[in-house]
Structures are given as C-alpha cells and as structure tokens.
Ligand binder design. Structure first.
Ligand code: SAM
Length: 159
C-alpha cells in the first residue's frame, strides 16, 4: 500500500476508535471470561511472571490489566489517545505504562520479553494470510529468545 494511503488509513482508524472509546469498556469485556484465556495464552507461550510485556493496540487497557494480574510488567500502546486516556483512568494507578503512539513509527529504545497483540487493526488487510510486514515490525521489539504472542479472532479458512 502506498505510504499516503497507509497514513490516511491510520488516521481514519484513530478517529473511529477515538469515537467508540469515549465510554470506558466499550467492548463490554468481562474479566471472568478473559482472565482464564489470558492465563492460558501466557502459559502456552511460557512467559514467566515478572516478564516485560508490550501490548500492541491495547485499546482501553482491559487485556493489559489482565496481563498485569498474571504478574507481567506491562506497557500498552495504542494509536487512540481517547483509548489511552480511558486506560489510564481505569487502570493507570496499577503500575501499567500506557503510551499513545503508532506502532509503525514510534521507535522504542528498548525490547521486551514478550510482545503481545490481540486483534490489532493493522492485521485487517486482504493479504493477511501471507503478509509478514506487520509481524516483522512487531518482532523488532522482542528480546532475543523472547516470545511473540499473536491472537486474532477470525473466520478465515485454511483452504
Ligand atoms: C479491535 S481493537 C483491539 C483492542 C485490544 N487489543 C483488545 O483486545 O480489546 C484494535 C486496536 O488497534 C489499535 N491500533 C490500530 N492501529 C494502530 C497502530 N498503528 N498503532 C497502535 N495501535 C493501533 C486501535 O486503536 C484499537 O485500539
């Protein structure tokens, strides 16, 4: 995709998420359902308590907080400033670092034991099954020997 289209896409996404994130917990997440799931995902990835985790596209911080509850040291990043304000309002005093930024351009000066991403919009692309571009960007922030966790709800078929 040409760079100008990519930028326009990013800005449109930011605006639409800013709108929906005006109310806290827009997605209506319930901890009882998601906490066992996040625990299981971390266990499958063998991510030990105390690990640093970057939650990319953390939205309003719900999953970032569950990662924290599993003993992780969490940094959440999202392009939506409204989402991050909501995350800070609800979870900000719990020791999670929440940053506003575009993961395409932010340029972290550190790497993480684990990069985690759930339903990141950047994967909403037609060549999803074959494209490695987004993943390559995210992998730059995984420590050598660290873990990349990708979760995405999809009805894509394998054939
Ligand atoms: C479907 S929501 C998922 C939010 C959260 N991970 C969850 O599981 O509830 C997708 C998120 O990706 C974020 N996002 C989209 N493009 C981004 C980018 N370039 N950098 C950082 N976050 C981005 C959106 O703002 C939105 O919060």
């Amino acid at each position: 995709m040409p760079r100008s289209d990519e930028n326009r896409d990013t800005m449109n996404r930011k605006q639409s998420y800013n709108k929906i994130y005006e109310s806290d917990n827009f997605f209506g997440y319930r901890e009882g359902i998601y906490f066992p799931y996040i625990k299981a995902v971390l266990a499958a990835g063998r991510v030990a308590a105390g690990s640093t985790v970057l939650d990319v596209g953390c939205g309003q911080g719900f999953v970032a907080n569950l990662l924290r509850k599993c003993g992780m040291k969490v940094t959440g990043i999202d392009i939506s400033d409204t989402g991050i304000l909501s995350a800070r309002r609800v979870y900000g005093r719990l020791g999670i670092e929440f940053l506003v930024g575009d993961i395409n351009t932010i340029g972290f000066d550190r790497v993480f034991d684990c990069v985690f991403t759930r339903s990141l919009s950047l994967y909403n692309i037609d060549d999803f099954p074959t494209s490695r571009g987004i993943t390559a960007k995210l992998m730059k922030y995984v420590k050598p020997g660290g873990t990349f966790i990708f979760t995405y709800n999809t009805n894509l078929k394998t054939s």
